[in-house]
Ligand binder design. Structure first.
Ligand code: 5GP
Ligand code: MG
Ligand code: MG
Length: 178
């Protein structure tokens, strides 16, 4: 285990099980659809590559870079698109893949943004959900696990751009923040 991690919440195996469950649901729902799986970078990177390889359908993938967090742990409420999707979404079914939904501000903004670009449908898929901290009124279509109000890192999730490469998800030692 990494020296900065206090405890592991989800092991590699736990995450694999969650990903497999979500992939099966997506396969069922998107069977006859012309869809784009859109990952929000950078946090969704690990989840996206694992998930897309488990969904046995034809679809395209794309990425959006949006930011609402700086280097800290509290959402600013402002969302800024730093890299847009690279193809037209008009008439397409969009499945957004996110690492974690906290305030929901990022997803609320991105959903409205894609609908304004005439996407046929926009659904949300997140590996982790923190419902206690929700601010925006959003509907999550696929959610992996519920996280209490704790700041987690690993499997794509960072603290100050570190720990994204950990294959598990855990909580940092308090000493790392101070
Ligand atoms: P929201 O707009 O829902 O408040 O923020 C979503 C984004 O904030 C996530 O995609 C993620 O990048 C970041 N975030 C929210 N909670 C956590 C957390 O517990 N750990 C980490 N590393 N990032 C988080
Ligand atoms: Mg994210
Ligand atoms: Mg971050």
């Amino acid at each position: 285990m990494h020296k900065d991690i206090e405890k592991i919440l989800y092991s590699e195996k736990d995450i694999e099980n969650i990903v497999n469950t979500i992939a099966k649901q997506i396969e069922k729902d998107y069977n006859d659809k012309d869809f784009i799986m859109v990952g929000l970078l950078k946090g969704s990177v690990a989840f996206m590559v694992d998930l897309m390889r488990k969904v046995n359908l034809d679809f395209s993938i794309d990425f959006i870079v949006a930011s609402s967090y700086g280097s800290g742990t509290v959402s600013s409420g402002r969302v800024n698109i730093q890299k847009d999707i690279s193809q037209s979404v008009e008439g397409k079914d969009i499945l957004i893949v996110e690492d974690i939904i906290d305030s929901g501000n990022t997803l609320d903004f991105i959903t409205k943004y894609l609908k304004a670009k005439k996407a046929k449908s926009v659904k949300l898929c997140t590996l982790f959900n923190k419902p206690d901290r929700r601010v925006a009124d959003i509907h999550i279509d696929y959610a992996g696990a519920v996280i209490p109000d704790e700041f987690i890192v690993g499997y794509g999730l960072d603290y100050d751009e570190k720990y994204r490469n950990l294959p598990y998800v855990g909580v940092l030692k308090p000493s790392v923040y101070s």
